[in-house]
Design a protein around this ligand. Structure first.
Ligand code: ATP
Ligand code: MG
Length: 424
């Protein structure tokens, strides 16, 4: 029997993990500067949490969730996104009572969605997301957007486009919904079965349909922009001014509707404009979700956040030919000759490692020439050679690979000498 990774998932091999670690480092640095603290929630939650918070009419809940019944007969779901768990945790741990508000959190971890696999679309993928909960200040919208953009900039991406829209509040959404229903209703039989259900439940989602995106009725649909009440319009204007103050360029797209039900006011996406990026250009999506905490019995706690996948960030880097500096190579390779040198060699290995020097030695009982080849292949900066003579003399041969020079060094002086030759 041959086993393979499940469809839509991938093994990230040592040749790739370096890149992931570098991205994770950049994320930690950016969040540190912006003062977002890490939160780690479980990989699975009660199914109802996502049904309630992500919304019954979304693709995620309708088609994409990995749901199972556990041995206690409870319906559980592998988390498809991070906002619902974070808001659950915010309410459960009464973070609304923390003296410092808003509560600024970030997470990085695997998400699971049963989707058709294609480039940049996996069934298990890693999202980095940030949430600021507890403030309705439009400046925090700009801050959250700025954090997302900053992460991309820190990995070297330049071909980025920020698109924003306002989804308004409950009141304007209701008026707009009515207009949408009367717009689509007479022609709804032209649309896919999903859209036919959406018409009643959440007609806004028709604008976001991947099947019917070419239908001219979508382009001619009533725009939310025309239904924004004064308060929503002025909130949107403030967000735009704060973005300008932060030196962030944006485009307004009145048709930008995010896939999740819970958004209101600010919605945004960051796209890659790099030619090499392929069909899926969205790198990051986010928005404001006032009222979400109340949905699960919490107090009123307005929030805003975003999520981006590391997979798409790495694809964008590839499309822009941005690469990370090489992984550090070996400092010292220890070559031992003959049985008597084995234990002194192993002892030295441990001493060098204790001094923080990247050190390795041969475990395959190979001859001098083969060990030398390994040292080359591993790009060792130095080689320490221990033979029988060296063991009796209490010294070793130290070879500097860059210039090929070799000298005998007493064991007692070795660490100091090696540290001098190790640039960090
Ligand atoms: P899409 O329209 O591409 O399906 P979405 O609206 O479902 O995106 P969100 O739920 O907003 O996406 O997720 C935010 C980000 O997470 C996306 O912009 C993308 O970077 C990433 N993402 C979403 N789904 C996947 C996936 N299946 N594989 C890899 N990354 C993903
Ligand atoms: Mg999706």
């Amino acid at each position: 029997m041959i086993f393979k990774v499940p469809r839509g998932t991938q093994d990230i091999l040592p040749s790739e993990t370096w890149k992931w670690q570098q991205v994770e480092k950049v994320i930690l640095e950016a969040c540190d500067v912006y003062r977002y603290k890490e939160i780690r929630t479980p990989i699975f939650e009660q199914t109802e949490l996502f049904q309630r918070l992500v919304g019954d009419t979304t693709d995620i809940v309708q088609k994409e969730m990995y749901t199972f019944t556990d041995k206690g007969d409870r319906s559980m779901t592998l988390r498809p996104e991070g906002t619902a768990p974070v808001v659950r945790s915010f309410v459960e741990h009464k973070m609304f009572g923390y003296p410092d508000q808003p509560v600024k959190l970030f997470y990085t971890g695997p998400m699971f969605r049963y989707e058709r696999q294609q480039a940049g679309r996996y069934r298990q993928f890693v999202q980095f997301g940030a949430e600021a909960i507890g403030s309705a200040d439009p400046a925090i919208d700009a801050e959250v957007i700025s954090l997302a953009l900053d992460v991309y900039k820190r990995v070297g991406l330049t071909k980025l486009k920020l698109v924003i829209n306002s989804l308004g509040d409950k009141e304007c959404r209701a008026a707009h919904k009515e207009a949408l229903v009367s717009h689509f209703n007479p022609h709804i039989d032209q649309f896919c079965p999903d859209c036919q259900t959406r018409l009643e439940k959440n007609p806004l989602r028709i604008l976001d349909c991947k099947v019917d995106s070419g239908n001219p009725l979508i382009a001619s649909a009533p725009s939310l922009a025309d239904y924004l009440n004064e308060e929503s319009a002025s909130y949107f204007e403030s967000v735009k001014s704060f973005l300008e103050d932060a030196g962030i360029d944006y485009e307004v797209d009145p048709n930008l509707v995010r896939g999740l039900d819970y958004y209101n006011h600010t919605a945004f996406e960051i796209m890659s404009t790099s030619e090499g990026f392929g069909a899926i250009t969205t790198l990051c999506g986010g928005g404001r979700y006032n009222g979400l905490a109340e949905e699960i019995g919490g107090p009123s706690a307005p929030g805003i956040g975003f999520a981006m996948s590391i997979e798409r960030l790495l694809l964008a880097m590839e499309a822009e030919s941005k690469i990370f500096a090489d992984e550090p190579t070996l400092d010292v390779y220890i070559i031992t000759l003959g049985e008597t040198a084995r234990r002194p060699g192993f002892k030295l290995l441990n001493e060098l490692r204790a001094a923080g020097i990247r050190t390795d030695l041969d475990y395959m009982d190979r001859k001098l020439k083969a060990q030398m080849k390994s040292a080359d292949r591993l790009q060792a900066r130095m080689v320490v050679i221990i033979g029988e003579d060296e063991v009796t003399e209490g010294a070793v041969q130290l070879k500097i690979m860059a210039d090929g020079t070799q000298e005998k060094v007493p064991v007692g002086e070795l660490v100091e000498k090696i540290i001098k030759n190790t640039t960090r």
